[in-house]
Design a protein. Structure first.
Lengths: 354, 354
């Protein structure tokens, strides 16, 4: 825990001076004040996180973490568990949605095995950090031990720290794990205090009957484990996932090193609930890329106090939404950095009298 | 008019076969069906417009048209008219918002003088197509003659046709013109049939008093000119603008050549109202990039039957929103083209029984 405690301590308030300077510069650029809307706010947030009056978004990465879930034994979804491992292979070959969008955005994709059930083929591009070969069935007992939960978070911190060493101006979070909307909904129910039925959605597209069963399984997991909302590690261990813990670690590690974090959809959101429960100041370092089609995501974002940039009805995960959010963050930073000022462009300013 | 009539005739229905093939391919890609949400719909629309089962977005341009407005004599805004010409110079030097975002997106910016009041300094990058040195004051009589309105539209068609010859897979529309939310609101009121007060907004940021005055001026222009909603050329001539006519031409010319058009904010929307009134089929070729902070824009988009991709509270014009819409269109096309299929990636599909 010592590493984790230290990291949390390092997450301080945003740099107000850089934010003030960024805001002042926005108002000198050749446009009506505020005309770039949320991109202006975003540029100021980025300035505060990076501690630079003109933030820079050049080195970009999406960290996509994979894990399996014992709760699939309860038949909560409609895809076979082997798909987690197969999709990891797809990521490594560059054929998944996240690969395509990350290429367009100019972000590298860091693929991590946090806890895939089977043995994955060795691949130099794969970070093998398996904490366990999947979680246990949370409907029958805790998904993992407290030690595994800590290990998952610390692994996320280590991985993002390695990426910072390579150069990292912004990081997006992504996930892959058959069944992982189930633990995410459980985490969301515990931490937001809302009923399971409200925060549980159709994941990859289940029907009404299966949705009712999924809600029942989550209720059972909460009854069996009684996770303590005041103790995020307890929640993660009892009803979480290894990739969810890893992503919480990525968020904490990035923020502690002044790197903005673009969070993806519902699973990344669940990780953010865990991470911000540990370090409330982290919230200021998070950028919500989009609101996903998963029904609990709106509730989750509201609880985090985050307003999504996009609403494209996406529900793919992998970091696909986060990659688009990274693009918009770059737009925000580049307009602040590269637009001419009124003085530079010799453009007249607004009339004083109006 | 012969050229214009022919162009309108060429805008046919989208290519259903390509759309069916695109839709079928989407469902073979390694993701749950529909998981890319609106990006999937967009990819299918692009397929139908381009007439290709796998649409391609490589050659991208934003056409930014500038014009001045005689109605500024009524003091409807708070920026001096000289800013139109100064901003054109800023576009040519690469310092404006549209330059920065277009660079990021990989789109060229085509800057056109459709009707700037003053004489612009010659610049090899500027397309000088001045139909008139600004419109006349529409509160006192027609903004332009019928011949000028036709000339503006035909100029837009010619310009986009030249761009198609250079290679153009998608085009965005952009505008610059001090005072141009005033004619845009007038067009919007006439064509949607809504009261001026509902469709008139704060433009570059005017206060309540100036807003009330602006609405009064538009009402006066409508009373003086009595534009006929059933005749879009009459509306454009009486209460329109030269850049608005030019952009309507860009839309018609692009669609007639199977090039998708990403429309920007309120001014591009007013141009779309004119153009779709001439060619209702054009609607299918339009992609609404965003809903701007300008209050009438929502009403306008609803009338067009278009759903914006983004809501970032932007209100800069220039094509800045359109450039972001071009980026998302490219994402839609690239995911369709580049993602692996289940068969290619050897990923198992969804269980049959669920």
């Amino acid at each position: 825990m010592s590493n984790l405690t230290e990291i949390i301590k390092k997450i301080g308030p945003l740099d107000k001076k850089s934010m003030d300077e960024a805001r002042a510069r926005q108002d000198t650029l050749t446009k009506p004040q505020g005309a770039l809307g949320r991109l202006e706010e975003l540029s100021i947030q980025l300035a505060g996180i990076q501690g630079k009056p003109i933030p820079q978004i050049t080195n970009k990465a999406v960290i996509t973490m994979a894990g399996d879930h014992g709760v699939v034994a309860e038949k909560v979804g409609n895809w076979p568990q082997e798909v987690t491992a197969q999709m990891v292979a797809n990521f490594l070959h560059g054929g998944a949605g996240i690969n395509v969008i990350a290429r367009q955005v100019g972000a590298r994709v860091v693929v991590v095995d946090m806890g895939v059930a089977g043995q994955l083929k060795a691949n130099p591009k794969l970070l093998s950090r398996k904490v366990a070969p999947g979680t246990k069935n949370m409907a029958a007992g805790p998904a993992m031990t407290r030690e595994q939960a800590i290990k998952a978070i610390e692994t996320g911190i280590e991985i993002v720290t390695d990426e910072v060493k390579k150069g990292l101006d912004i990081v997006g979070t992504g996930d892959m794990g058959i069944g992982n909307t189930t633990p995410s909904a459980a985490i969301c129910a515990v931490i937001t205090g809302r009923p399971c039925a409200e925060v549980t959605g159709r994941g990859t597209g289940i029907d009404d009957q299966l949705l009712a069963h999924k809600i029942e399984v989550i209720n059972k997991a909460l009854a069996v484990n009684r996770p303590d909302a005041a103790h995020p590690l307890d929640v993660l261990a009892k009803v979480g996932g290894l990739e969810i813990g890893g992503l919480a670690g990525v968020m904490l590690g990035a923020a502690s090193q002044h790197v903005p974090v673009v969070i993806d959809g519902f699973i990344s959101g669940a990780a953010a609930l865990i991470a911000t429960s540990m370090a409330p100041q982290l919230k200021d370092y998070l950028i919500a890329a989009h609101v996903s089609a998963e029904s609990g995501h709106k509730i989750l974002l509201k609880h985090l106090g985050l307003r999504p940039l996009l609403d494209l009805e996406m529900r793919l995960g992998e970091g696909t939404g986060a990659a688009l959010g990274i693009f918009l963050s770059e737009t925000a930073a580049r307009t602040l950095a590269e637009m001419a000022t009124f003085a530079e462009a010799e453009v007249s300013e607004k009339n004083e009298e109006s």
